[in-house]
Design a protein around this ligand. Sequence first.
Ligand SMILES: Nc1ncnc2c1ncn2[C@@H]1O[C@H](COP(=O)(O)OP(=O)(O)OP(=O)(O)O)[C@@H](O)[C@H]1O
Ligand SMILES: [Mg+2]
Length: 270
Amino acid sequence: MDGGEQRGAAASPDLGQPVLEVRGVSKRYGSVHALRDINFEIHRDEVVGLVGDNGAGKSTLVNILSGALHPTSGQILVDGAPVSFKSATDARDVGIETVYQDLALAPDLSIWANLFLGRERTVSGPLGWLGWLDRRAMMARSVEDLDRTKIHIASVSSRVGRLSGGQRQAVAVGRAVAWGSRVLLLDEPTAALGVEQQAKVGDLIRTVSGHGIPVLLISHNLPQVYELCDRVVVLFHGRVIAELRPKETDLDSIVSWITGSAMLAGKTTR
Ligand SMILES: Nc1ncnc2c1ncn2[C@@H]1O[C@H](COP(=O)(O)OP(=O)(O)OP(=O)(O)O)[C@@H](O)[C@H]1O
Ligand SMILES: [Mg+2]
């Protein structure tokens, strides 16, 4: 499969410096070669789809970008500067927000507490030095942030455990937007959602993108990927084998790259 990687039609016009760049990233789990020499870029205002069959390496790549895993080799650059993450907190600190399939929300905490999870605000002065939390400020800011993302939830004091899947998704995405992230990674955000809720996640992605935050969307929901994404990166057995623009191709072609039949047929994306 060497040399199977195809680029061309999807090559970005001159969009300036990428917000996120993956250079030659590989990942091995023992003898399993989960990712091989991955290269791609995400630019401002882009929604990029990352697709591939089960086991293609999508989550591994997201986990590397979000600081949860270390690449075996290769480099990640944020706004042109090389970064190296020891943890998910390091990645968040440079503005890479990730919404995982399980959402990583705390069901027993309120919406506002989830929005500030790990970044709690303390009151100013001596009480703050003792760790006294500024609940009022955090609640007020939560209302503003959710408003900005057009997410309508009755009260930011509601426990997340009482929200529907779609509402939880909205809070998770809202958290990413609220923190002024540089880039948002979504790993299977609609997998557990109903049709209507899936459409709402689509609206959220457009909202995030409208705020100038690029989005990397991983999903098996190909019609949604086709509809939402400016560019689609296809992984096959741990390699990028195609980059396609939905505007220039049809859904069936994307599927044929995912299954590998396009590559076997000797197609190129040029
Ligand atoms: N912790 C691990 N140890 C060993 N192998 C792993 C581990 N995690 C993933 N893999 C392997 O790495 C490859 C890529 O897995 P990954 O989870 O990244 O796929 P994926 O594209 O996200 O698949 P899916 O669509 O099913 O979520 C698979 O072959 C998988 O078995
Ligand atoms: Mg996965």
